[in-house]
Design a protein around this ligand. Structure first.
Ligand code: HEM
Length: 411
């Protein structure tokens, strides 16, 4: 990929997001960048700047209304991957009344009260997975705690909530992994993702139309059928893509990133075990230092925006840089890059803020608050089977998590 003059090309593999965030910060409070495939955008590099932009009503999420490059996307084959993020019409890519309408259809199902009712099921799945992990890791075998524990827990839970049948679950996992993979911004990859969105989620809708149940897909199909003004056909497809995808991939990395951070630092693990530091604090510190979404495409300037001495012109694209904000020393002080659960920093932006704030935050927190203590209680001698620097980041500048987390259950 060629780098256009004056633009910082983001690493499509996200190989070292903290180092990249530091480099960007040195360039100013908001920096012109090039996303994979050469898409131009702006990257805020400071906590305060990111927060202000997210909350600014002059910043939109609807490319159809507010992205000056939207009409020419088809002329750039390597930009096609962005359509999986902003070309799909759901609450994440809409603005104003459309956003409120689409959010209202799903958000009431994820309130604190509704989430609390899911706890027994989360506990049961956790217990089941811990049994399976124990068998897999018998006789000192190395096991991947991401694949066998962090991944299947949120995955099973969201699939149960949406009534995803067993035979479609692996396809859903592969689709979301392909969407998150930004290392291959080719037209072929983009076409594959688009085809899979239609086929996999189309199959889910067809299945639930034939076999309705007590699940959220059935409920959304009913809304579409009764009142297409509230939920159009393609909005149904893309809402399922968003909520099912966001509903597991992010929480997988929250659990995995927390496990890896604690395994690397026995002192902090001991403080958590003794009760000196709470599991809530571990979760917040994980989200600050290692947020499951490092950066999210895209927002758009509705009018010219002033950020310090810089003007972001109306119609330009902006990415929301949660990792850079969490690691900002101007907000979190000198050791901002260090994982320190005792610091009590719970003002991170990792779940977003404002009208688009994550609707699944209570569920993600409840799942992690169930999974993490259960794992470390069941296996008091859990030890890393990896050296510092050995874990590999998933190939993405969006998702921020490890590909595998090899451990031994009994030291
Ligand atoms: C650790 C776990 C999670 C993290 C870090 C996370 C992060 C985020 C962030 C940063 C946003 C804001 C996007 C923006 O402002 O553009 C967001 C929105 C959203 N999240 Fe989550 N999320 C997590 C878990 C979940 C879960 C479990 C669900 C589903 C139940 C979910 C569903 C959504 C949805 C539907 C939105 C869009 C809200 C809107 O645009 O109005 N997320 N999430």
């Amino acid at each position: 990929m060629t780098e256009s003059p004056g633009r910082f090309a983001l690493d499509p593999f996200g190989s070292d997001i903290p180092a990249e965030s530091a480099k960007l910060r040195d360039l100013g409070p908001i920096v012109p960048v090039e996303l994979p495939g050469g898409i131009p955008a702006w990257a805020p590099t400071r906590y305060d700047v990111l927060k202000e932009l997210i909350l600014d009503p002059q910043v939109s999420k609807d490319p159809r209304l507010h992205w000056q490059l939207w009409p020419e996307i088809g002329e750039h084959p390597s930009w096609g991957w962005i359509l999986g993020w902003v070309g799909v019409v759901n609450m994440l890519s809409t603005y104003g009344g459309n956003h409120a309408r689409l959010r209202k259809l799903v958000a009431p199902s994820f309130t604190l009260r509704r989430t609390e009712a899911m706890r027994p099921r989360v506990e049961a799945i956790t217990a089941d997975l811990l049994d399976a992990l124990e068998s897999a890791g018998a006789d000192g075998r190395v096991v991947d705690v991401k694949q066998l524990f962090a991944h299947p827990l949120p995955m099973r839970m969201i699939c149960e909530l949406f009534g995803v049948p067993q035979e479609l679950r692996e396809d859903v996992v592969q689709l979301i992994a392909a969407m998150m993979d930004t290392s291959d911004p080719t037209p072929e990859h983009a076409a594959f993702v688009q085809e899979r969105i239609g086929t996999v989620l189309g199959s889910l809708i067809a299945h639930k139309t034939q076999h309705p149940g007590d699940d959220m897909t059935t409920e959304l199909i009913r809304v579409r059928d009764e009142d297409g003004d509230r939920l159009a056909d393609e909005e149904l497809l893309y809402t399922l893509l968003l909520v099912i995808g966001a509903g597991f991939e992010t929480t997988v990395n929250l659990i995995g990133n927390a496990v890896a951070a604690l395994l690397r630092d026995p002192g902090q693990l001991a403080a958590v075990r003794s009760g000196a530091v709470s599991w809530d604090a571990v979760i917040d510190e994980t989200l600050r230092v290692h947020p499951s979404i490092a950066s999210l495409p895209l927002r758009f300037a509705v009018s010219d925006l002033k950020v310090g001495d810089v003007t972001v012109p109306a119609g330009d694209a902006i990415i929301t840089t949660y990792a850079a904000a969490g690691l900002d020393p101007a907000h979190y002080g000198g050791g901002a890059d260090d994982f320190d659960a005792a610091r009590g920093a719970d003002d991170h932006l990792a779940f977003g803020i404002g009208v688009h704030r994550c609707i699944g935050a209570p569920l993600a927190r409840m799942e992690a608050l169930t999974a993490l203590p259960a794992l470390f209680e069941r296996f008091p001698d859990l030890t890393p089977a990896f050296e510092d620097g050995e874990l590999r980041q998933v190939p993405s500048f969006i998702a921020f998590g490890w590909q595998e987390i090899p451990v031994r259950l009994r030291g």
